[in-house]
Write a new protein. Structure first.
Ligand SMILES: [Zn+2]
Lengths: 471, 480
């Protein structure tokens, strides 16, 4: 068991020499080795131990960064110089990054310890972490269940206490959904809040990087470190610099919107009850609960899958066997080199999405699919803008069910896509969303609740998240 | 051309921009470096790399747009053009599709018969160049990514041209403008200025366009003209034989002087354009636009008009002198030394251009400085040397790159205007040619030419011809 609940407590222990960072890191490495069956890690960096003593000294002398000694796992779609980058795909099986992603570099600059790279759905495409060339990740609460996806390994590494925190990526729910299934905090920031430089692109206009952790405090702290405008990412945005970790406590009474479309027939009753219990407590604490409507929500899944796959079909064109990564041995000519390398190198779900995306961009279909979906995206954004005029937070379930069984939805992609029904809207609209663990169902599987706020209003989510986590 | 038909031609020009770095990364655009040395994770398309737009490219595009009377779109967007090719590491080219930076431009060309023709420019957009595939190894294709990401402007005309001549003139005009702006070196042979042509023919008076063929791979101005002529003829022949034109892409073969169809699998792409989500829309506001406008140098048409007025030159001279910015600059530097503008023009248009075309060099590589050429003209005009001697001095300047004064002194070429000295020579010539003196005296005044020649020869060309003439007449008459 860890002696601390969040990084502030850990730092105090380290500063007072009541905790050896080296031992702490060693314990994590041992836990990872013992939990190999969970398959959470693609690569473990044993040499991260070397940093532990140096960083502990820096902590004692007061020269250390904000994240000094925080042990963090990185989803294997983010680049780290001279480390493998596989995206859990055979097609990048032999690939090493030649540079470090901005978000990861910012963690390192603040003296975090990077312990390894976590398993995920191939190229972040999936909702169960079953689409991985490294095999599926198991849910630590019940090994017959999926951990969610695509950042399943990151969620599990935090839930199973194999590290202090992890970075994941969220394109349609890939942080919040596995966080819900595994019972941890998972924050998807505003689009553009965190530089995408070094994040292997899936759906470029949706992709975000965010933290998994076991506390609102650590979530806030990591967000504070990784966010900010980056010259290397034109879509990153300058936003008000907030010291999130010092601004969590507030007496503010929030106006909380409950969209009825998120509490319909598909929602599991136990989740519904758990959330309404929270709502009642919030009401009694003086927060205002307001019924709102987001009528276009039913279109979020098709809209998301058209636009994200369109972008993916182009983003994944570079994995062609010609320049880097996997190349088929069977290459009689250029066309076969492409076809065979991609046929052998990509998994089934990735191929499905490339084909879907290629189709919606094709001559004659572009207007009917891609353009129409862009229009829906704009309308959806307008509907959220309208709701945010009246409420500061939108509160919803994160997922319609708790974690399902391994293999349960593998043969039904549509059923699988519907597990993202409550999360894709935030990506379409570009707003932040966070999963908060709010209890367990009768099978002891975690239940997750989602808070969303307007663009760059992460602070509201974090503040209310802290209130809820202390209810 | 069969006079029943008219050709319809549109040109697509790709101009490589003279920025120091590539369009979306910090790599050098330097030409001729060893293969795959001007590369980075962005232009190699590594996972997680993102493009960042080089603002200089926008500036250059706006310059070209303004110089060709285009509307500059306040907002334009980059799009991805998707296709697989080994010299395209990302599997897509970043270009502009639905909202290009410049639209609705035009330029005017003057045809050989003196008539003017306005040609509309449909659009100008920014894009990245691809790399190069090198197929010279057996069974192996080598890829050089150095050129990948070099900024290009694509300039698309409306199908407004009706002959190879018009296409040639339009292309020359574009090249003239783009090199005046200093944003492209305009070198077709080296591929930094490339042109594809869409050609169709139709019966005169027909309002619908015929089926077009696209011709590529014409890497010189002359080839563009020849290829278009070839294609017009080919299409008319097909129609005359009752055949149909098929839409296809042809490659010009300069050795055989024919255009041959590309293999069909190399065409028929569906590029699946869509807005590039990695780049924000490009915004060119009024302030930026006017800042760029201020940096535009005097353009060829304006400069030509000014040369006619300011230097009192014939249209023909002004046209040739302003054909390139460097030549016009050279001329203007000569005029800072001498006010004899017509002589300056003559010297440049005859002697200088002859040297350039013989040596296949540009004016920038021409050894004689404009100041020295100007001084040479001054020396002629103040009668220090004759035109004949000046031409000798000019040749010597080409060889030794010395100042004309120095050459004249060193070679003792000063014109002899001293009458005593000239009289001595004349006396000598008269004594040596008694027969011719008799002819002169008998009324054959033409013989004077012979005497002038002899005196000039005797003086090694240095005698002042005017003085020689006067003195000869006097001396010969005294022989009576
Ligand atoms: Zn580069």
């Amino acid at each position: 068991m860890l002696q601390y609940k969040n990084h502030f407590q850990k730092l105090e222990l380290l500063r007072a020499n009541k905790l050896s960072l080296k031992k702490n890191v060693q314990d994590f490495l041992t836990s990872i080795a013992k939990s190999k069956n969970l398959n959470a890690f693609n690569f473990v960096f044993e040499d991260c131990l070397d940093n532990a003593e140096i960083i502990q000294k820096k902590i004692i002398t007061g020269e250390a960064g904000k994240l000094a000694g925080m042990v963090i796992a990185i989803k294997d779609v983010l680049s780290i110089k001279d480390k493998p980058l596989t995206c859990s795909s055979k097609i990048l099986g032999n690939f090493n990054s030649i540079y470090t992603a901005t978000a990861v570099q910012k963690l390192i600059n603040q003296d975090a310890i990077i312990i390894g790279k976590t398993n995920c759905d191939e190229f972040a495409m999936g909702s169960s972490n079953e689409n991985s060339a490294f095999g599926p990740v198991l849910n630590p609460h019940d090994n017959s269940k999926v951990p969610g996806g695509s950042s399943g390994g990151s969620a599990v590494s935090v839930a199973a206490k194999l590290c202090d925190a992890a970075l994941g990526t969220d394109t349609g729910g890939s942080i919040r959904q596995p966080a819900a299934f595994c019972g941890v905090f998972g924050l998807k920031p505003t689009y553009g809040k965190v530089s995408r430089f070094g994040l292997t692109a899936y759906g470029s206009s949706f992709d975000t990087i965010g933290p998994f952790s076991n506390s609102v405090e650590d979530t806030a702290l990591i967000l504070e470190v990784i966010s900010g405008k980056d010259e290397k990412d034109s879509t990153s945005a300058e936003s008000e610099k907030i010291n999130y970790s010092n601004s969590l406590t507030t007496d503010k009474k929030f106006k909380i919107g409950i969209p009825k479309e998120f509490f319909g027939a598909g929602l599991n009753q136990e989740i519904n009850v758990a959330i309404h219990n929270i709502l009642n407590k919030l009401k009694s604490e003086g927060h205002e609960i307001i019924d709102v409507s987001l009528p276009l929500s039913e279109y979020s899944i098709p809209t998301y899958y058209i636009l994200a796959t369109a972008e993916a079909s182009s983003n994944l064109a570079r994995y062609d066997g010609a320049h880097f990564g996997f190349r088929s041995k069977d290459t009689p000519n250029l066309k076969e080199l492409y076809t065979n390398s991609r046929t052998e190198g990509f998994g089934k779900e990735v191929k499905r999405r490339i084909m879907l995306g290629t189709y919606v961009l094709s001559a004659g279909y572009y207007d009917a699919y891609y353009n129409k979906a862009q229009k829906v995206r704009r309308l959806l954004k307008e509907s959220y803008d309208k709701v945010f005029k009246n409420v500061e937070i939108i509160l919803t379930p994160t997922t319609p069910t708790t974690a399902f069984n391994l293999g349960e939805k593998s043969n039904d992609p549509l059923e699988m896509y519907l597990t993202d029904i409550y999360t894709t809207s935030a990506n379409l609209v570009g707003i932040p969303g966070m999963n908060i663990p709010v209890g367990f169902d009768n099978k002891k599987m975690p239940i997750g609740m989602q808070l969303m706020a307007n663009q760059f209003n992460e602070i509201a989510i974090l503040q209310l998240g802290k209130v809820i986590s202390e209810l | 051309m069969n006079s029943l038909y008219e050709a319809v031609i549109g040109l697509e020009v790709h101009a490589q921009l003279l920025t120091e770095t590539k369009i979306f990364c910090g790599c050098s655009t330097n030409f001729g470096n060893p293969p795959n040395t001007n590369v980075c994770l962005v232009c190699l398309g590594h996972p997680g790399a993102l493009p960042v737009l080089n603002q200089k490219v926008v500036e250059f595009a706006v310059k070209m747009g303004l110089a060709t009377d285009c509307t500059i779109n306040r907002n334009s967007i980059f799009a991805r053009k998707n296709y697989f090719y080994p010299d395209l590491p990302k599997g897509y080219q970043i270009s502009q599709f639905e909202k290009p930076i410049c639209e609705f431009g035009k330029l005017v060309v003057v045809k050989n018969d003196g008539s003017m023709k306005e040609i509309q420019i449909k659009r100008i957009h920014m894009e990245e160049d691809a790399g190069k595939s090198i197929h010279d190894q057996e069974e192996t294709t080598l890829i050089d990514i150095n050129r990948c990401g070099t900024p290009l402007l694509e300039i698309v005309s409306e199908p407004d041209m009706n002959s190879a001549e018009e296409a040639y003139l339009y292309l020359s005009k574009l090249r003239q403008i783009i090199t005046y702006l200093g944003i492209c070196d305009g070198n077709m042979e080296e591929g930094s200025f490339r042109c594809d042509a869409n050609v169709s023919v139709r019966l005169k008076g027909e309002s619908q366009l015929g089926t077009k063929a696209e011709i590529k791979n014409m890497n010189s101005f002359r080839n563009v003209e020849k290829a278009i002529e070839f294609e017009i003829k080919r299409q008319i022949e097909i129609l005359e034989d009752g055949g149909k034109i098929i839409q296809q892409t042809l490659l010009w073969n300069a050795e055989q002087n024919i255009a041959l169809p590309m293999r069909s699998k190399e065409e028929a792409h569906d590029y699946r354009y869509f807005p590039d989500p990695d780049l924000m829309p490009v915004e060119v506001d009024e302030i930026w636009k006017s800042e760029i406008e201020k940096k535009i140098p005097e353009l060829p048409d304006t400069r030509c008009k000014r040369f006619i007025e300011q230097f009192n030159l014939p249209n023909y001279d002004a046209g040739i002198l302003t054909s390139s910015k460097e030549l016009a600059d050279y001329f203007e530097k000569v005029t800072e030394v001498t006010t004899d503008y017509k002589s300056a023009s003559n010297w440049i248009m005859t002697e200088v251009l002859k040297v350039l075309s013989e040596g296949k060099i540009g004016i920038s590589q021409f050894i004689i400085s404009p100041v020295n050429l100007g001084n040479l003209i001054v020396l002629i005009n103040n009668k220090t040397i004759s035109i004949k001697i000046a031409k000798e001095v000019f040749l010597e300047m080409l060889k030794s790159n010395q100042e004309p004064d120095t050459i004249i002194k060193d070679k003792n070429l000063l014109q002899i205007s001293d009458t005593t000295e000239i009289e001595t020579i004349i006396d000598k010539v008269i004594t040596a040619n008694p027969k011719d003196v008799q002819e002169f005296l008998s009324g054959k005044e033409k013989v004077i030419g012979f005497f002038v020649g002899q005196v000039m020869k005797e003086s090694k060309g240095k005698a002042n011809p005017q003085i020689v003439n006067e003195l000869l007449k006097k001396k010969l008459s005294q022989q009576k």
